[in-house]
Design a protein around this ligand. Structure first.
Ligand SMILES: Nc1ncnc2c1ncn2[C@@H]1O[C@H](COP(=O)(O)OP(=O)(O)OP(=O)(O)O)[C@@H](O)[C@H]1O
Ligand SMILES: [Mg+2]
Length: 281
């Protein structure tokens, strides 16, 4: 039994209703967010999983796609053992609906496969993303957790998304790799909107300094402005929650990492509403 002290942000919800922009029911397609990085192990899956929980706790329906085709592990982080996975969809053996697993209220998981990168497939990443985003029972948000590194498939998942969160910690190696990832996205002339998420932050001043260096390099060499949308502290509860196979946002919703992730989710909800209103007007 998991208690939820997380309260729906009434002000945000009312604002959305007043704007007539609340997504459920109205829109043709889900808002697709790809979570990527350059360096591995910086917290992509942690951010994707807990952001999905944070959005669903705030009344948004979410489909979480484990698109790490090499070493998928969201199912392990959730303590579920699905028999059908992404590979079945990519090989054309199953429809997306057959594979989706309800893991919490308003939250469905498309479980990933392991060791399938480069395996024969019927569907390109873009086709898969479109299928998920346009399901009859579509979600408000589709969150795609990608694998580490700048592999062609990862870039395809990013290109298929409306926006991408590039996750990094403040280590110089991770910052360099985040730069390389953003450079690859820019080079491919992707229209995907990008933002930086700092994760595992031990000292906020250090993370701010690292993020500023990254932003300066991006501005100077690539002529792009990439905002920092979130800063998630280093929190031992994250490690405990992984050991317990219970996402930190569900197990410890008031922990420092959970509160930052909830703030990030609220930002994403408000941002998405603003964009929709712009598109509609
Ligand atoms: N904010 C945090 N505080 C403490 N530990 C964290 C935090 N974020 C992630 N971790 C830890 O870092 C490790 C890697 O996290 P995660 O699996 O989310 O990274 P990843 O980028 O998805 O890795 P991969 O590149 O292998 O897919 C995990 O053991 C997780 O517990
Ligand atoms: Mg991962």
């Amino acid at each position: 039994m998991h208690e939820s002290p997380v309260i729906v942000d009434q002000a945000t919800r009312l604002r959305e209703l007043a704007l007539g922009a609340y997504r459920t029911g109205g829109s043709r397609r889900s808002h697709v967010l790809a979570v990527c990085s350059g360096k591995g192990g910086v917290g992509k899956s942690t951010v994707a999983l807990n952001l999905a929980f944070a959005l669903s706790r705030n009344g948004r329906s979410v489909i979480l796609v484990d698109a790490d085709e090499n070493l998928a592990n969201l199912d392990v982080m959730l303590g579920v053992a699905p028999s059908l996975r992404l590979g079945h969809v990519l090989r054309g053996e199953r429809d997306v609906e057959d594979v989706l697993l309800e893991v919490a209220p308003l939250l469905r998981l498309l479980p990933g496969s392991s060791g399938e990168a480069g395996a024969p497939r019927m569907l390109r990443p873009r086709q898969l993303v479109e299928m998920v985003a346009e399901l009859d029972a579509r979600a408000d948000f589709v969150i795609v957790d990608t694998g580490a590194g700048i592999a062609p498939t990862v870039l395809e998942y990013v290109r298929a998304a409306d926006e991408a969160f590039v996750v990094t910690n403040s280590e110089p190696t991770a910052i360099m790799d985040a730069y390389a990832m953003i450079k690859s996205i820019v080079r491919e002339a992707s229209t995907t909107r990008m933002s930086i998420v700092m994760n595992g932050v031990a000292r906020p001043s250090e993370a701010d300094g690292a993020a500023q260096k990254l932003q300066t390099a991006l501005r100077h060499f690539l002529r792009v402005e990439v905002p920092v949308v979130g800063s998630i502290p280093y929190d031992p509860q994250v490690l405990r929650s992984i050991a317990a196979q219970d996402p930190v946002l569900r197990a410890k919703p008031n922990s420092s990492a959970s509160l930052s992730l909830l703030a990030l989710a609220r930002r994403l909800m408000q941002q998405t509403v603003i964009n929709e209103v712009r598109i509609r007007s």
